[in-house]
Structures are given as structure tokens and as C-alpha cells.
Design a protein around this ligand. Structure first.
Ligand SMILES: [Zn+2]
Length: 315
């Protein structure tokens, strides 16, 4: 029995190796992932990412399944890029985790490590997720010196705002508030994409940490899913800013609101109006700056929404 399974997995390996080689020759970068997940299955636990590769700022879902003969199996941790991502059980022998990568991650092969227990035994299953290279577009702007250099008093305020937002997005709770697919906070067009590399007078600024959505002054902004208001603050640069905690290290951020309709600590439901669009703070005109943060890393809202539409219907 053992030998047959072993031979089978060996046959599978050589087939995958062939597939990997043919993919490499056609320039597909997912090749190494296929080989790694095959190894994971041979050990009993199956670990599959919805996409074999993601760009920096990307996000994917990892499905974990234990064989039927392992009713006592428990997945205790999913680690990627050195940090633990919350893992949720969806069935007797099924779990999932949403994993993502910040913009600063190095392209190449990275490990997804799944820690699991069975009875008194515990083990690790390692799978691979490839970070592919992506060159985000650049934008060069000529602005007045006043826009680039802040006087000390303003700089102090900007740094305090940034710390408050960062702290809010780092308060990771295990409880999952979100349910099913996310909805767009406003149905409109993306005016400026995530990751845009901005230069002011030739000097690089931090890349765009969210998307700018077209929204006229006063347009209602909706909570994209259930959650708890983690922050509502008037910031110097991002104006009236709201952060919603959706649980499990997943947060969404709303900036430049003309009016805030929620208070910190308040629970919100998918579709609730959390504020009105505007141009408070430093904005060239009314729009919604929308950010998604996962385990303290800013990820691409458009990619997140694509993942949500495809995979979140039963979660
Ligand atoms: Zn923006």
C-alpha cells in the first residue's frame, strides 16, 4: 500500500517535473510551485494557493485540506514572509488563510509553512508561493516646495497621523467579522491605481498605498463588509480618515471624507454608510482614497476585490 502510493507520487513528480520544464521553457514562472505542492500532498496534507504567483502588493487564498482518514487533524498556523496569517476552519477537514505580500517584498520563491497537529503529533507542511516581478507605473509631478517640505509643527502632526493609522491596522484580532464577498465602497472608476510610484520634483515619494476612486463631494461611502470601526480621525494629509477592522488582520481605510458617519468602536454591517466622499486633507479634488491592509501590509484593493469575487462566496 505504502509502496504503491510512493510509486504513484514518484510518477506524479516526474510528470510535474516534465510540466515544470515545459513551463520554464515557455517562460511561465509558476513552475516551481507545482513541484512544491506535490511534495505537500505526498505527506498527507494538501496546501493549495488560489494563484501560484502574486506580485508585490498582491494577495491570494490558501486552501488546506487533510485526508478523510485524519478526522483529528488541526491546522494551527500558516506562516508566509515570516509572519503568521490567521487560519479559519471551513469544514471538518478544511481550512483557509488569506495571505498577501507588501510592496517591499523581494521577488522569488517564498515558503508558505502550515503547522498542523494530529493527536499528539505535530508537523509542518511547506509549500511555495512565487512573488513575481512587477513594475508599477510612475508619475512625475512638479509641485511647490511647500507641498514637499513640511515645517516642523506640521511634520510632527503628519507623523502622529501615520502612527495612529499604522497602530490601528496592527491591532490584529483573531475574530473574523467579514462574511462573504466584499462590495466596492463606491461604485465608480479607479482614477489612480495602487503601487503608482510618485515623484515630486524628481524626488521619489512613497508609492500609492491604495486606489483613488472617482466620487463627487457628498457621495455616500459604504462599508464593504462587516467590521468594527478601528479609527476615525482628522488627519493632515488624508483628511477625515476611517479605518474598519474586518477581523483576522484585514482592515480597509477611507480618506478625504467630507463627513464621517461612524465612531471608533462601532460595529458596521456590509453596505452601511460610513461617511461621505470629499476632498479634506491634501487632495486635488473630491475622490475616495481606499486602502486595504492585511497583517500590517498594504495590498492592492483591485486584486483583493478580484480574489473576493472569485473565492469568498461561501466564507
Ligand atoms: Zn490615493
Amino acid at each position: 500500500m505504502r509502496t504503491a502510493a510512493h510509486a504513484g507520487s514518484k510518477l506524479m513528480s516526474s510528470w510535474l517535473l516534465f510540466l515544470a520544464v515545459s513551463l520554464i521553457s515557455t517562460g511561465n514562472i509558476k513552475a516551481s510551485t507545482l513541484h512544491a505542492s506535490d511534495k505537500a500532498e505526498a505527506r498527507g496534507l494538501s496546501v493549495k494557493a488560489a494563484s501560484g504567483s502574486i506580485p508585490p502588493g498582491g494577495v491570494t487564498m490558501v486552501d488546506i485540506a487533510a485526508p478523510d482518514e485524519w478526522p483529528d487533524a488541526r491546522v494551527t498556523e500558516v506562516r508566509f514572509l515570516g509572519r503568521p496569517f490567521p487560519v479559519y476552519r471551513t469544514g471538518r477537514n478544511h481550512w483557509f488563510a488569506i495571505v498577501g505580500a507588501g510592496l517591499k517584498v523581494k521577488p522569488g520563491r517564498h515558503s508558505i509553512t502550515v503547522k498542523w497537529r494530529r493527536g499528539h503529533a505535530s508537523d509542518l507542511t511547506v509549500s511555495a508561493l512565487y512573488i513575481k516581478r512587477k513594475k508599477y507605473p510612475e508619475e512625475h509631478l512638479k509641485v511647490s516646495r511647500k507641498m514637499v517640505d513640511f515645517p516642523p509643527k506640521i511634520l510632527k502632526r503628519v507623523l502622529a497621523d501615520q502612527k495612529a493609522v499604522k497602530d490601528a491596522c496592527n491591532r490584529v484580532g483573531r475574530e473574523k467579522y467579514w462574511q462573504g464577498p466584499f462590495i466596492w465602497p463606491v461604485k465608480s472608476k479607479v482614477l489612480s491605481p495602487f503601487g503608482l510610484r510618485r515623484f515630486f520634483n524628481g524626488q521619489p515619494r512613497s508609492p500609492h498605498s491604495g486606489v483613488d476612486l472617482r466620487a463627487r463631494d457628498g457621495v455616500p461611502i459604504k462599508a464593504p463588509n462587516n467590521g468594527r470601526v478601528a479609527l476615525a480621525r482628522e488627519c493632515y494629509l488624508s483628511g477625515n480618515t476611517v479605518v474598519i477592522d474586518h477581523g483576522g488582520g484585514l482592515f480597509t481605510l477611507y480618506a478625504h471624507l467630507s463627513k464621517v458617519k461612524v465612531r471608533p468602536g462601532q460595529m458596521v454591517k456590509k453596505g452601511d454608510v460610513i461617511g461621505l466622499a470629499g476632498s479634506t486633507g491634501r487632495a486635488t479634488g473630491p475622490h475616495l482614497h481606499w486602502g486595504v491592509s492585511l497583517m500590517g501590509m498594504r495590498i492592492d484593493p483591485q486584486q483583493f476585490m478580484a480574489l473576493s469575487e472569485k473565492h469568498f462566496s461561501n466564507l
